[in-house]
Design a binder for this molecule. Structure first.
Ligand SMILES: Cc1cc2nc3c(=O)[nH]c(=O)nc-3n(C[C@H](O)[C@H](O)[C@H](O)COP(=O)(O)O)c2cc1C
Length: 314
């Protein structure tokens, strides 16, 4: 590649074509519109909105966020405006902004997930539905849908039958075999898997002797989880044929490139948006600069090129 040729950043997640492989992760980017003052939302590969439920949800009482070394714990409790307000108020503005947007959804029962997916399916501008399966199934004693292959499979099949939109299943890292969970999602009809969601963690105050979060436990995110996320994304890439989207602790272009190298089709950036609202843009630019410097023509050419010990580069 000649130095003046700009690398092709386009990425594909199944049937969905993205202008670049960088998306914002659910829950760290509001409904997208909050970030419009910082940059043109249409420059993102896609943005994933805060998890939507059938009814508006107020979430947990404070304290809901705690900083940890190299990360943060959150127990927001899935606060959101509900699917109807999203459709009426946020979606038209995202359309006007030219944003490619993905709706992250959750429910307490399979029926609730299905109902939310059905309501969203009529939105012409919606690029995909991402199922947050890290939620307790109230009909199964509160065990998270995504913690057993059966729970994951049943939910995915049900939502798959309810929508023609691309269906992404966001896997929980709080399992023993993430490859098996990815396969369960693939077999049940998912178009892609995205991972990882947060790792369950806890922080206590030694002086007051109390948990720092009102919910006691919360989800760990940020740089602290990146090595775990990368390993799980690599395992998922080996386990399934459908696209894998890498998430977890990505702060820089180099972090994103690691996920692409192990086979991810695209990445999502979460906690980094809190520290630096321009994080996604800087990562997109950084990937472009890296590919140009290394004389690599496209993201697609670089993707999945991990060299394991004993393997030789081309
Ligand atoms: C404050 C906060 C809220 C989140 N809300 C959601 C959510 O509603 N749905 C979801 O699937 N993931 C949610 N996540 C998880 C992130 O999308 C992401 O998977 C996780 O934070 C790991 O990526 P990161 O280390 O880049 O933040 C949330 C994370 C944070 C920090």
């Amino acid at each position: 590649m000649t130095p003046d040729r700009t690398p092709d950043l386009s990425a594909r997640v199944g049937t969905l074509s993205l202008k670049n492989p960088v998306m914002s992760a659910s829950g760290t980017f509001g409904y997208g519109l909050e970030f419009a003052p910082f940059y043109d939302l249409s420059r993102l590969g896609a943005l994933v909105v805060k998890g939507l439920s059938l009814q508006p949800t107020r979430g947990n009482p404070p304290q809901r966020i705690v900083e940890t070394s190299a990360g943060m714990l959150n127990a927001i409790g899935l606060q959101n405006i509900g699917v109807e307000r999203f459709i009426a108020e946020a979606a038209p503005r995202l359309d006007d902004a030219g944003a490619v947007y993905v709706a992250n959804i959750y429910g307490r029962t399979e029926e609730e997930y299905e109902a939310v997916a059905r309501r969203l399916s009529g939105l012409p501008g919606l690029a995909a539905i991402e199922l947050n399966v890290s939620c307790p199934n109230v009909k199964q004693g509160g065990i998270a849908f995504g913690s057993t292959p059966e729970g994951l499979s049943g939910l995915t099949r049900r939502v798959r039958a309810a929508t023609a939109k691309p269906l992404w299943v966001k896997l929980s890292p709080n399992v023993t075999d993430v490859g098996a969970m990815a396969r369960a999602a693939e077999d049940a009809g998912a178009d892609a898997v995205t991972l990882i969601n947060t790792l369950v963690g806890m922080a206590v105050d030694p002086r007051t002797r109390r948990p720092r979060l009102a919910n006691v436990t919360g989800g760990l995110s940020g740089p602290a989880i990146k090595p775990v996320a990368l390993r799980m994304v690599w395992e998922a890439c080996k386990a399934v044929k459908i696209p894998v989207v890498g998430i977890g602790g990505i702060q820089s272009a180099e972090d994103a490139l690691e996920f692409l190298l192990v086979g991810a089709s695209a990445v999502q950036v979460g906690t980094a948006n809190f520290r630096n609202p321009n994080a996604c843009m800087e990562i997109i630019e950084g990937i472009r600069d890296f590919l140009a410097r290394e004389k690599i023509r496209s993201v697609e050419e670089y993707r999945g090129g991990l060299l394991l010990p004993g393997e030789r580069g081309g």
